[in-house]
Design a binder for this molecule. Structure first.
Ligand SMILES: Nc1nc2c(ncn2[C@@H]2O[C@H](COP(=O)(O)OP(=O)(O)OP(=O)(O)O)[C@@H](O)[C@H]2O)c(=O)[nH]1
Ligand SMILES: [Mg+2]
Length: 335
């Protein structure tokens, strides 16, 4: 018997049984799959419970640190940054000591632009998310500078040629201040405008928001900043009202441009400053100014780091209420 015959015999002989076997096999596979799924979900459940127990144990052994970590997370801090800040809390510290440790840790990590952004003059570009307050902040900074050095020392440039009314918005401020306002649609026009305005002590560049359409321009700006001989210092305008991820995306967007620092806007509208503070610490982003209202030029001031830190840490709560609520949670977990 050759191989072909053997194969057809086996096919004929085992046809029925083979079919039943295949059917059985299918059922078995299904059962195995179900078993696997059940085991996976049991493992997940167990993992969750073990994590809960570990967390509960840490909380029992170091309740103040756990509470502070929880509060920092609620305030909008990234968990890794919160852990770094809490690292120096001594075991057995009371809540107030722990809060002071957090304040000191933040103070060590939070940087300012040191001197007034405007003091040096030069060319300053404001970048950041749409509607974050760039144009308003340009006007506030220009007005501040004009009060000190005179408006004939200032010029404004906008690279926002997309949005209807963008130029008019800046031009209105320019007219009030009595300083020239130019539009630059691309890197070349920007270079030309900067050349024409070279005798000014301060040139503020207002840019378009960072929607998809603006990536091209921000790249052109990056090219200009990186290749031209003119020294453009770029500051991110970050609204304190934005979520941490939005702020992080804004920073990511402009990663090709060397950033000198940031200006925190809309502090008056923010529920808390934890998110923006976490981002500033995480990216070692020096803070220059904070703005706290729509009024030009009043609602801007140089950052006061201690005030900012007190604002965030004092909002963490008194500790007492949370301690009692976490102990009641243990009761629930242990049931
Ligand atoms: N409450 C409050 N509102 C602000 C502050 N700064 C700016 N605004 C308001 O935010 C809105 C947007 O401000 P703009 O300066 O136009 O923002 P922008 O970043 O230039 O916006 P785009 O050019 O569209 O990207 C305006 O209504 C401003 O008055 C602030 O510190 N607090
Ligand atoms: Mg604008």
């Amino acid at each position: 018997m050759d191989q072909g015959q053997a194969a057809s015999l086996s096919q004929a002989g085992f046809g029925q049984a083979g079919f039943a076997q295949a059917n059985n096999g299918q059922q078995n596979n299904q059962a195995i799959d179900e078993l696997r799924q059940e085991m996976a979900s049991m493992r997940q459940l167990l993992q969750h419970q073990v994590n809960g127990l570990v967390e509960q144990d840490i909380t029992r052994r170091d309740p103040i640190r756990s509470m502070i970590l929880e509060q920092l997370a609620t305030a909008g801090f990234d968990s890794e940054i919160a852990s770094q800040l809490a690292i120096d809390i001594p075991p057995g510290a009371d809540f107030n000591t722990a809060k002071q440790v957090i304040k000191n840790s933040i103070a060590r990590r939070l940087v300012t632009t040191n001197n007034d952004v405007l003091e040096q003059g030069g060319i300053i570009a404001l970048l950041g998310p749409t509607g974050g307050g760039k144009t308003t902040t340009v006007a506030k900074l220009a007005a501040r500078y004009a009060m000190q050095y005179g408006s004939d020392q200032i010029a404004l440039i906008t690279t926002d040629s997309y949005r209807i009314g963008a130029y008019e918005q800046l031009n209105t401020y320019g007219k009030i201040l009595g300083c020239p306002v130019k539009v630059a649609k691309d890197a070349q026009q920007l270079a030309d405008a900067l050349y024409q305005l070279r005798n000014k002590r301060l040139i503020l560049i207002d840019t378009a928001g960072m929607g998809q359409r603006d990536i091209r321009l921000s790249e052109q700006l990056a090219t200009l900043v990186n290749t031209s001989h003119v020294n453009i210092r770029s500051f991110l305008v970050l609204p304190a009202t934005a979520q941490r991820k939005v702020l992080q995306e804004a920073i990511e967007q402009f990663r090709k441009i060397p950033i000198s620092g940031c200006i925190i806007t809309k502090v008056d509208e923010a529920i808390g400053l934890g998110e923006i503070m976490s981002v500033a610490i995480g990216h070692s982003l020096p803070i220059g100014y904070v703005t706290n209202g729509q009024r030009v030029p009043e609602d801007i001031s140089l950052v006061d780091i201690n005030e900012l830190i007190n604002n965030v840490v004092d909002q963490l709560g008194d500790g007492q209420s949370q301690l009692s609520s976490s102990s009641s949670r243990f009761v629930n977990l242990n049931r």
